[in-house]
Design a protein around this ligand. Structure first.
Ligand code: PMP
Length: 284
């Protein structure tokens, strides 16, 4: 079956799906995006993702291309037309198409693209072994709270990770503290068993999975702290893991080739994945 994309009001086969060469997303990365997991045909935490999109668009002063409720319907329709069971829905909003000038164009209509694709939500090998991460300097701009389509630092970071045999690169600020992964939030479990992830401000993207996991932890009265941690602290941690819409909760078993804890996926990380899976299953 050929894949179907939604582009500015039309459902089209993916190979014919295109935006204008003067779309400001292409010219300036002038846009925002979201990735929503599809589990058993249903969107996971769609409301959280749409709320974050609202925030990104507000901060970038880009108008909604359609009403939020309509957008939700369109995403579900793309999922349905692609007969997607497990995978991801991707949506991107840009400021629109206009002659290439830096200031906002007066007349541009925001562009909206939605695609969907399959993804293995139960990567058995990765879960059994845990993943390796490396660290790279965080070379991004200072508004990482906006989910902007400007992702070059993350492209470079991930490529470095792949070339090092790692799955993710944790970005590190000028003071030696981990900000987050290139497409995930970073967590550790201290020797005392406290869960630690960086506090959300303009220095990181406040992951929807991060927020959900924090809520699930809080509901269970598990100990956690939202604060920065250094790479050294992570080396000495009992466990580490990442969270993201596409990976849920994924154990980290090596950082820069140093084993985390005993080098096997941590107990708490695995427990949190189960807890998150229950939430994702119940939300569908
Ligand atoms: N940080 C960054 C930089 C990301 O790109 C992502 C993935 N979009 C995340 C964190 C995780 O966010 P979420 O849980 O909403 O997927």
């Amino acid at each position: 079956m050929s894949r179907i994309a939604y582009v500015n009001g039309r459902y089209v086969p993916l190979r014919e799906a295109a935006v204008h060469v003067e779309d400001r997303g292409f010219q300036f990365a002038d846009g925002a995006y979201e990735v929503i997991t599809v589990q058993a045909g249903h969107l996971v935490d769609a409301e959280g993702h749409l709320l974050r999109l609202a925030r990104s668009l507000r901060e970038l002063r880009i108008r909604w291309p359609v009403k939020p409720r309509t957008l939700h319907v369109l995403i579900r329709e793309v999922v349905r037309r692609n007969r997607l069971v497990d995978g991801t829905a991707y949506l991107q909003v840009t400021r629109g198409t206009a002659p290439r000038e830096f200031p906002f164009p007066k007349a541009a209509v925001p562009s909206l693209v939605i695609t969907a694709r399959r993804l293995d939500l139960n990567p058995v090998d990765r879960l059994a072994r845990g993943i390796k991460v490396i660290t790279v300097p965080d070379i991004r701009w200072k508004r990482r709270d906006i989910k902007s389509v400007s992702l070059l630092p993350q492209v470079l970071g991930k490529q470095t990770a792949v070339e090092s045999g790692a799955f993710e690169a944790w970005q590190v600020d000028d003071d030696g503290f981990v900000t987050e992964g290139c497409s995930s939030n970073a967590w550790i479990v201290t020797r005392e068993g406290t869960l630690v992830t960086r506090n959300a401000n303009t220095m990181i993207l406040n992951g929807i999975t991060r927020q959900r996991v924090l809520k699930l932890i809080d509901d269970r009265a598990m100990a956690f702290e939202e604060r920065p941690f250094t790479v050294d602290e992570a080396y000495g941690a009992k466990e580490a893991f990442i969270t993201s819409a596409t990976n849920y909760v994924l154990p980290v078993t090596a950082i820069n080739d140093r084993p985390v804890g005993n080098g096997a996926p941590g107990i708490l990380s695995q427990e949190l994945r189960q807890i998150y899976l229950e939430f994702a299953g119940a939300s569908v």
